[in-house]
Write a new protein. Structure first.
Length: 326
């Protein structure tokens, strides 16, 4: 009589004598093997449950999860603790509709929106027969941070304010204010246009105000991120928002909002290379227009009332949309 390879069960041939004891031994072997298989399966199930329990216990200490929580809840909690992620940006003036994308398996999520109004344009100045009409640069647009909860597919109206347009002419003239930016009905104003005045001109107000003229700090100056503006006994720098109000709290390393320079000022660029417009003076001069978003234009000046100058335009506002799980 032959036997099977693994369990030694009988394999009778034609001439073999069939015995009851062989049947009993074979059945006992099969029973023992099945019992061992059942015991191993039960142990595997118990071990799997213990791993889930261990994960839930660990995450409950970190994130305050309830006992016996499935591991998936830990990942949901972890996602909510991750930094904000940029999902959409609007940097060109105009009206848009933003549709909330499906980012978290159909669940609602938090949206953070950083809004900036358009930058103001610079003023024009000139030299009269008995008076000097000093111009100042345009202010940066105001900044604002908002948060809301959205569901995938929700549609929200978006408006990005235009930068104030620069002007051309012979006489002194104020700059133009930047346009208003809006998201879901919440608005933020653009920066004021530069101003002019005989003897002393005050700076323009905005997210970053511009310096007065004369009396500014230096010919080359950083004038961004809500730096304080210069004040003198005769003139005042434009009012600026605090960095807490004006800067992007969803991306704290981002530096924004740069005012334009007076007619003899060169404005230093921000870390991303964009800046407010430089000032300019002389016959037919053209002041620098702002680059980037929400920055002010430069002022222009000519030493007579017969030649023209052109002031710098402000740059358009922007809307940056960030998302994170709840």
């Amino acid at each position: 009589m032959n036997r099977t390879e693994h369990y030694g069960l009988p394999q009778w041939e034609e001439q073999d004598r069939i015995l009851r004891t062989d049947f009993n031994a074979a059945n006992a072997a099969v029973d023992a093997a099945l019992h061992a298989l059942d015991a191993g399966t039960a142990a595997l199930r118990a071990d799997t449950w213990k791993k889930e329990e261990t994960l839930a216990a660990a995450t409950s200490l970190l994130y305050g999860l309830a006992a016996r929580t499935a591991p998936n809840a830990a990942f949901v909690k972890l996602a909510a603790a991750l930094p904000w992620t940029l999902v959409q940006e609007y940097r060109t003036a105009g009206a848009y509709t933003w549709t909330a994308p499906n980012l978290f398996g159909g669940r609602s999520y938090r949206v953070g929106v950083y809004m900036v109004g358009g930058g103001g344009s610079g003023a024009r100045g000139s030299q009269g027969s008995s008076q000097t009409y000093y111009p100042t640069g345009g202010a940066a647009g105001y900044g604002k941070n908002i948060e809301l909860t959205v569901t995938p597919g929700r549609k929200i109206a978006v408006v990005v304010g235009a930068g104030g347009a620069g002007t051309t002419g012979r006489n002194a003239a104020n700059g133009n204010a930047g346009g208003t930016t809006a998201f879901n009905g919440v608005t933020v104003l653009g920066g004021a246009g530069g101003t002019w005045a005989s003897t002393y001109a005050d700076g323009a107000n905005g997210g970053q105000g511009s310096d007065p003229n004369p009396g500014f700090r230096a010919a080359t100056v950083p004038m961004y991120g809500s730096c304080p503006t210069q004040n003198t006994s005769n003139s005042h720098g434009g009012l600026s928002q605090s960095p807490r109000e004006s800067q992007n709290r969803f991306d704290p390393g981002m530096v924004t909002l740069c005012a334009g320079g007076a007619h003899t000022q060169t404005v230093m660029a921000m870390p991303d290379g964009t800046k407010g417009g430089d000032g300019a003076s002389g016959k037919d001069c053209v002041a620098g227009s702002a680059t980037g978003n929400g920055n002010g234009g430069g002022a222009s000046f000519v030493g007579n009332l017969t030649d023209s100058t052109t002031s710098g335009s402000g740059s358009p506002g922007m809307i940056l949309i960030y998302a994170k799980a709840v």
